[in-house]
Design a protein around this ligand. Structure first.
Ligand SMILES: [Zn+2]
Length: 205
């Protein structure tokens, strides 16, 4: 979400304002401020990997007009024209300013720099183009899981969410991530798991 729209959520979010009303969000948590707190300008960001286009994962996209946006095939058309039951999850006002941006759709797993450092993993199910990003650092690998998994107990049950687009695909994708973690190949950072945010270093004051 941009800083300008943070203060007038109804105009930006429409009906979704109601179910988000208890979420508190400070000016410094807007993504361009977070980038600056890491010592960069938004224009320094050359690539954006979009896990999926739900409102809580895509709100600041328009702050990066110079970046190349990477997304799995199927996500963009669904975000613009979702099923009726999924409609409140996508905010057209977040998407429209990015229509002229540099988007690249990928068909499946992709080694972004051909060196294994950043791997986009197709983990569809939550949405048609849901993906995860495996980041290989010098002595540590981690997968940023988007919304493929919401909470850690799902790794045990492999249960999809009611709201997932395709529950069989969602379960298979959760299993894929569980296998990556249990094999020791990489840790998982689950976006909606408070214990993961407590565990990994980040800026979000
Ligand atoms: Zn989502």
């Amino acid at each position: 979400m941009s800083s300008r729209n943070r203060d007038r959520p109804r105009g930006l979010l429409g009906p979704a304002t109601e179910f988000l009303r208890n979420i508190r969000f400070s000016q410094d948590q807007v993504v361009d401020r977070q980038v600056k707190l890491h010592g960069y300008r938004p224009s320094d960001v050359k690539y954006l990997v979009v896990s999926h286009l739900h409102l809580d994962h895509s709100g600041g996209m328009k702050l990066f007009p110079d970046a190349q946006f990477l997304v799995m095939k199927g996500e963009l058309p669904y975000a613009y024209w979702p099923d009726r039951k999924a409609r409140n999850g996508f905010i057209l006002n977040d998407l429209l300013p990015t229509r002229s941006f540099n988007w690249k759709e990928l068909a499946g797993d992709t080694d972004l720099f051909d060196d294994g450092s950043l791997m986009m993993l197709k983990t569809a199910g939550h949405t048609p183009g849901e993906c995860s990003l495996q980041v290989r650092l010098k002595d540590f690998s981690i997968v940023l899981t988007g919304d493929t998994v919401h909470i850690r107990p799902q790794l045990r049950t492999l249960a999809a969410m009611d709201s997932d687009y395709d529950q069989a695909d969602a379960s298979a994708s959760i299993k894929r991530l569980r296998d990556i973690e249990t094999s020791g190949e990489a840790k998982l950072w689950i976006s909606h798991a408070p214990e993961d945010w407590a565990h990994y270093a980040h800026v979000m004051e």
